[in-house]
Design a protein around this ligand. Sequence first.
Ligand SMILES: *[C@@H]1O[C@H](CO)[C@@H](O)[C@H](O)[C@H]1NC(C)=O
Ligand SMILES: *[C@@H]1O[C@H](CO)[C@@H](O)[C@H](O)[C@H]1NC(C)=O
Length: 190
Amino acid sequence: MYTMRAVCCIVVALVMSCYGHKADSGSCTPKLENALFEDLLSMMLKIKGIQKGTHQRDDTFSAFAASLTASKTLGTGEIVKFDKVWTNVNNDYNPSTGVYTAPKPGVYQFICTVMTSYNKTLRLLLWKNNMKTVAVYPGAANFGYNTGTINMILELKKGDKVYTKQANTEKYIYSESVYNYSMFSGYLIR
Ligand SMILES: *[C@@H]1O[C@H](CO)[C@@H](O)[C@H](O)[C@H]1NC(C)=O
Ligand SMILES: *[C@@H]1O[C@H](CO)[C@@H](O)[C@H](O)[C@H]1NC(C)=O
């Protein structure tokens, strides 16, 4: 509230000084005024946490959701890079590494639903830093395509990293760019 008031005062002061200039020297053109006004407006919006685009900056919150665009035979211990980003508040999830980094201490929920390739198995673990947490093992005794879901709530510190990683010999993950069968998401509960 204080900052908003301060910024408003600056705006008023600048506009006034601009008019003052114009009166005696004519140096403050309307073009400059507009540019100045736009800068100040975007500054105010930034302070309020409102920005253009889908990746809105909000330091009080974090959420992401991403899916896999294609099937893959994972390497041993490979981190799954869910590459199609649906939601990524503050870009806390990195689609090129598959790693989510907690922006602040709190309680977070993570959900990961994955499908196996036809007649194949997959074993995935949810990791927190260098610690294994829970696993999913779809396809072990069933033919065809199978799905499994990890659903976990973790207490994290700022900078903790959460990701999904292949385990053992089960490595076949299925997805299609038109159906997005395999996905990973998470968010800060509070
Ligand atoms: C899938 O597994 C079942 C059971 O073993 C088998 O009958 C079927 O032929 C397999 N399909 C393929 C495409 O491998
Ligand atoms: C999957 O994602 C793509 C965009 O990557 C979208 O065009 C398609 O409609 C999605 N499919 C479903 C079933 O939601």
